[in-house]
Design a protein around this ligand. Structure first.
Ligand code: GRF
Length: 208
């Protein structure tokens, strides 16, 4: 049997996408395996999920600057990923902009999920931005991580409709249902070696 792709998940909060990925990886025949959960916040709900599922986790001090990470923490993350044989880094609600060695070493092997249809509504509070703008459709995007904020080539997108009377909470919940399906699907495609970046485009073998 082909060896599974080892995945590191980086999270800061609740961890529902981490859970969706971990559950997919636990499924029979799934080609990915979670090697480690890395969080920057000791109170992250994701830690609880990891302990319940018997997945290794580590809390990192990424420095005091909100939204940023120290170069030292980036370096140490790469060391841990290398020790664990990680081939794919998945950001799942990781509230820091990746830079330094992690960015350099994992370029093309690091992906993120964003709760909007990029390139619209990048950055924080994407669901609120979509509601405030008045779009009729939003959704989620899985994309490669590059040095910008939510700017890397797009792997998958799923659309949800925005209903009249939606609040940030109701829209977020509708999008989240799709996130939990889309992220494991993207990781599967990566693990099966079917994803190729061609400039700004992502070409997926055998995917219609
Ligand atoms: C998700 O909406 C994800 O798209 C965004 O941050 C949120 C994380 O939620 N990047 P969770 O921690 O996975 O539940």
């Amino acid at each position: 049997m082909k060896e599974k792709l080892k995945v590191a998940v980086l999270a800061s909060g609740r961890g529902s996408n981490f859970k969706a990925l971990a559950e997919a990886c636990a499924g029979e025949g799934y080609p990915g395996d979670i090697a480690i959960l890395i969080v920057d916040n000791p109170d992250a709900g994701a830690l609880q999920v990891a302990s319940e599922m018997g997945i290794d986790s580590v809390v990192f001090d990424c420095g005091p600057k909100k939204g940023s990470m120290t170069l030292e923490s980036s370096e140490r993350m790469v060391e841990i990923c290398n020790e664990k044989g990680v081939g794919l880094v998945c950001l799942a609600g990781f509230m820091r902009i990746v830079k330094g060695r992690l960015m350099d070493d994992y370029v093309g092997r690091m992906i993120n999920i964003h709760p909007a249809l990029l390139p619209n509504f990048k950055g924080l509070n994407a669901q609120k931005q979509a509601l405030d703008y008045g779009v009729k459709y939003s959704g989620c995007t899985v994309h490669f991580v590059d040095k910008g904020i939510d700017t890397g080539p797009i792997i998958l997108q799923k659309i949800v409709s925005v209903e009249q009377g939606d609040t940030e909470e109701t829209l977020s919940a509708r999008i989240l249902v799709e996130e939990h399906k889309t992220y494991p699907e993207a990781v599967r495609l990566m693990a099966e070696g079917r994803v190729r970046i061609d400039g700004r485009r992502v070409v997926i073998k055998g995917h219609d």
